[in-house]
Structure formats: C-alpha cells, structure tokens
Design a protein around this ligand. Structure first.
Ligand code: FAD
Length: 321
C-alpha cells in the first residue's frame, strides 16, 4: 500500500507506470498483462490502471487490476471515477478491488456528463467531485486503501477560459485550495496532469507547499511516441505547449521515429530539471501502454539499474559464495 509518509527514506528516485484499460478482447488483454509484466522488471514502485466509466470497461479494469496485483505481483493502483455513478456501483468497484487485493485507489471525479454544471452537480444519485469520493472511501474503508488524487499544475481545464491558454490567477488559486481539501480529506499522494514545461511543475509544488499541502506530489510525465498521442493528450488535457516544443513536434511530423526520439529527449530534460530543482524524488510515467518511451527516459536518467528482486538474488548468490 502506498502511504503518505512512505517517501523513500534514502532519497533514491522511484518511478511508476500508468496504463490505460485496453479495449476488451482476448488478444489485447493478454498482451496488456504481458506488457505490464515485462515493464515490472524495471522495478516500478507501483503501476496504475485507468478507469473508463462506461460499460464494458469497468469489469475489465477490475479484472486487470486484480491480475496486475496478484499475477504480475506489482503494487497496483486502480483509478476510479465517481461522477454519474450510483453509490452501489462505487461500492461494487471498491469491494471488488479489495477482494482482489488491490490497496490503492486514484480517486477521481471524471469528466462531466452533459447537463452537469462545472462541479458535477445535478447528476442525481452519487457524487459530484473527487472530494466526495475521497471522503466516502475513508468513511467506508478506513485506512485500508492508500488514496491518490489528481493535481493540475496548469489548473483544471475548467479554470481555463475559452480562447485562452491559461487559467486566471483566481481560477488557479481556487483549484489549489480545492486540491488541499482533497488532501485534508484523506488523500496520501498527488499525481499531476501532464505538462511540457518543468517550470510550471516547479511553481506548482511551491504553491502547494505555500498553502500547506504537505503530501508527496508526483509529476505526471508523458514521453509521447506519436503525433496522434501528442495531439490527443494535449487537446484532451488542454496542455500548454511551449513554442519551441511545438516547433520541434511539427518539424518531426510524419517521421514517427524522430518524434518518439524527441519525446524521450524532452521528457528526460523535464525530469532532470525537476529532480535537480525540487525535493521531488518520484516520477510517474503515462506509458500509453508502451514500454519503449518510459524506459528510454529512465535509461537516460540512469535509473535502470538492477531491480529490487535482482538485487536480492545477487545478495543471495554473493552470500552463498
Ligand atoms: P475534481 O478534483 O473533483 O475536480 C476537478 C476540478 O473541478 C477541480 O480541479 C476544480 O477546478 C473544480 N472543482 C470541483 N469541485 C470544486 C469545489 N468544490 N471547489 C472549487 N473547485 C472545484 N479520467 C478518467 O475518466 N479516467 C481516469 O482513469 C483518469 N485518470 C486520471 C489520472 C490523472 C493523474 C489525472 C490528472 C486525470 C485523470 N483523469 C481520468 C481525468 C479526470 O477525470 C478529469 O480531469 C476530470 O475532469 C476531473 O477529475 P478530478 O478527479 O480532478 O475532479
């Protein structure tokens, strides 16, 4: 279980891998488990799986989260969105995760459905925000689950006025204050939305500390590997793309190998800056279910040493000698 005060004592840099729930179908599902298994050899401190609220995905997410935990043997975090979900379905998801040995939840509101206002009100049954969900998990399950919440270094897209690239100062501050409420309600960890400017994250960490958020804040890193994934993720998340990054992406358009190489180079630079200039010692990779890009960054950072298991084995062999 991932806990608030579990930050690695020796200051070593830890990392985690995020996967999205693949489309149902036998081949993709076994391919998914193979990918997670292969990547688990690099020694992530945890792996997480996203939640897609509409059927048939929830059943598959629950199954895969259970397999990641029990079969692959990685510490698993399951995302769970709550908006528009009746409470009995939330209960089912949490009880099933628990029965499968999953001890970590990324508690999310999820994107609003048509007819809801900016904070999810008027959805009838259920919850309107991640804050509701954090409170509910703590009241129903005590300390069983480690709870993570989403943080937005550029503010949540709802705080970014139409036609603008940035949130207003007021919107940014209200977002931060709300994030603090999620942490105060019982979240152990924050994982951030992706960003392409390390300074944005560095400022966000300072601002969180200024208002009294003390839990670990883990940067969400996307080493994009194709123009499609770059476009999809930046448009969906309303990510600000610095001019020089956009120019390089445009220059590499049509050449996926060059684009992927740039994605790894940029993510490496961002990680280096963050590790140098903040006390942050954890990196979270949006893998897009691919091994190459995240592992490329880890290799550049010199973080692909022997895994914990290999270390133990090595010690055993040495002692045996
Ligand atoms: P909340 O934290 O509840 O709120 C979102 C924003 O609404 C706040 O940042 C704030 O601006 C505003 N707000 C809400 N309530 C208040 C309040 N009381 N006072 C002031 N402001 C308020 N989506 C998926 O569907 N599946 C996933 O698996 C998934 N994984 C994600 C993982 C990460 C790390 C991140 C960053 C996002 C993920 N998302 C996922 C996207 C997420 O569901 C959307 O961004 C969604 O619109 C907001 O969810 P939330 O949990 O941040 O919501």
């Amino acid at each position: 279980k991932i806990e608030r005060n579990q930050e690695n004592q020796d200051g070593a840099i830890i990392f985690s891998f995020e996967y999205f729930t693949p489309k149902p179908g036998h081949a993709t599902v076994s391919g998914f488990v193979d990918t997670v298994t292969a990547m688990s050899r690099h020694g992530p401190s945890f792996c997480d799986i996203t939640w897609r609220p509409r059927d048939p995905y929830p059943a598959l997410t629950l199954e895969l989260a259970g397999r990641m935990q029990a079969e692959v043997g990685v510490e698993t975090m399951m995302h769970l969105t709550c908006v528009g979900m009746p409470v009995d379905r939330i209960d089912y998801a949490l009880d099933t995760a628990r029965a499968k040995g999953v001890r970590n939840i990324l508690a999310l509101r999820g994107d609003l459905l048509p007819g809801m206002d900016s904070v999810g009100a008027s959805n009838g049954d259920g919850f309107t925000s991640a804050l509701d969900l954090v409170k509910y998990i703590r009241s129903k399950h005590g300390d069983y689950f480690g709870i993570t919440v989403a943080g937005y270094p550029e503010a949540h897209p709802s705080q970014i006025p139409d036609g603008s690239e940035e949130a207003t100062e007021e919107g940014y501050e209200s977002d931060l204050a709300y994030l603090k409420q999620k942490v105060d309600a019982g979240a152990d960890l924050i994982i951030t939305q992706l960003f392409f400017d390390a300074e944005v994250f560095i400022k966000f960490v300072k601002d969180c500390r200024r208002i009294g958020i003390t839990c670990p804040i883990v940067p969400g890193i996307l080493p994009f590997a194709s123009f499609r994934s770059f476009k999809f993720m930046t448009e969906t998340c309303k990510t600000k793309v610095p001019k020089e990054v956009r120019a390089k992406v445009e220059a590499a358009r049509g050449d996926d190998a060059a684009l992927a190489a740039y994605g790894v180079e940029l993510a490496t630079e961002i990680c280096r800056k963050i590790l140098k200039e903040t006390g942050v010692r954890a990196l979270h990779f949006y893998t897009m279910n691919k091994e190459g890009p995240a592992v490329g960054v880890l290799r550049n950072l010199g973080l692909l040493g022997v895994t914990q298991n290999e270390k133990k084995l090595e010690e055993k062999v040495l002692v045996g000698n």
